[in-house]
Design a protein around this ligand. Structure first.
Ligand code: KG4
Ligand code: ZN
Length: 335
């Protein structure tokens, strides 16, 4: 048969994940073991704890992905694994599991960039139409990526300081909300009103870069000053005001870039894509443009998973890209 079966493995942060994808588009299994509960009480991901969980979970998760897919290792065409960026100790668990399996079964090995994975999550729900633009927003990344063809990535904008999700998590912490704070801010924002004037970092004219640390500091200062004056700020209104600022910048820059680069499609990716306000505003603004299709994957494919790594890995495999047994985790891998 000409079908291509790829096992994907992802361990870059706090999810141990394995998935089998057919022909780069069809999910046969998608197993994610989250460590969220273990990190919660520390208010963030603790690298040492992450590595330990990955070691404990990786074999089981891969086994479950293979069983659920009903595919044997002999039927696989390749193994794709997240090579970076991410936590080095966490990445190493996935990379070494992939190398061991590739060696044992004589299978080709493909190293995948984590962001390429997030972008290719979209191929699991829609055909990719080039040229396209992808907005990748997660706890670790805020990037606008332009693609002319499969496997070719051009970063046209990125954050100069905090990632969007990171800003959400830090502001949430200041509002005494649990980690990860994004979903809590999102919920509060819908109950509140935009009453506080917060900055928007547009940066230089025409720049598609982002900056969220100034906004984060403005929130912290406003809360601090109010407390000193004995004034009460409604967390709902702070959440609504903060979220409005983040969404304004993300959506405006994405829409401007989509126009300038004349793309056929805009793809949303990463954990912050779960944000209801962001989805709604992007949908509203994109609807004003003619002929640019907007794709937003379901939440389970926006957050870290291995189906997206298998999907990206399938394209690279078809393009002849191969890693060998010297494949190493690279915490600051470039796209
Ligand atoms: O992609 P992801 O699961 O992991 C990384 O690769 O970082 O993204 C996690 C991030 C966290 O910062 C979390 O607070 C944020 O996504 N997030 C949200 C929402 N749901 C998750 N941010 C804003 N609104 C949400 N609804
Ligand atoms: Zn991610």
């Amino acid at each position: 048969s000409h079908d291509i079966y790829v096992l994907g493995i992802e361990t870059s942060c706090d999810e141990t994940a394995a998935a089998v994808v057919k022909n780069g588009t069809e999910i046969l299994s998608n197993i994610v073991a989250s460590q969220m509960e273990s990190h919660k009480r520390f208010g963030g991901v603790v690298p040492e704890i992450a590595s330990r969980h990955h070691v404990e979970q990786i074999t089981l998760v891969i086994e479950e992905a293979m069983n659920k897919a009903g595919v044997s290792f002999q039927q696989l065409n390749a193994i794709a694994v997240t090579q970076g960026p991410g936590l080095v100790g966490a990445l190493l668990i996935g990379v070494n599991a992939a190398k061991a399996l590739a060696f044992a079964y004589g299978l080709p090995l493909v190293g995948v960039h984590h962001i390429a994975g997030h972008i290719y999550a979209n191929r699991l729900v829609a055909d990719m139409k080039f040229p396209l633009l992808s907005l990748v927003v997660s706890g670790g990344h805020t990037e606008l990526v332009y693609m002319e063809e499969h496997g070719k990535f051009q970063v046209i904008g990125e954050t100069r300081d905090d990632a969007a999700g990171e800003a959400y998590d830090k502001v949430a912490r200041a509002l005494n909300l649990p980690y990860p704070g994004g979903p809590h801010i999102d919920r509060l924002a819908h109950e509140g009103r935009v009453t506080i004037d917060l900055p928007r970092a547009w940066l230089e004219e025409g720049s598609y870069d982002f900056s969220f640390s100034g906004l984060k500091s403005a929130v912290l200062n406003t809360l601090h000053n109010a407390k000193q004056r004995g004034e009460h700020i409604d967390p709902k209104n702070m959440a609504a005001s903060f979220q409005a600022s983040v969404i304004d910048v993300l959506v405006t820059k994405t829409v401007n870039a989509a126009k300038e680069y004349n793309v056929r499609q805009v793809l949303l990716a990463g954990g912050v894509a779960a944000n209801r306000g962001l989805r709604a505003e992007l949908e509203r603004k994109m609807a004003e443009l003619d002929d640019i299709e907007l794709v937003i994957p379901p939440l389970s494919l926006c957050t870290d998973n291995a189906a997206m790594i298998a999907a990206a890995g399938t394209v690279l495999f078809e393009q002849g890209k191969r890693a060998d047994m010297t494949l190493n985790a690279d915490p600051s891998l470039e796209l």
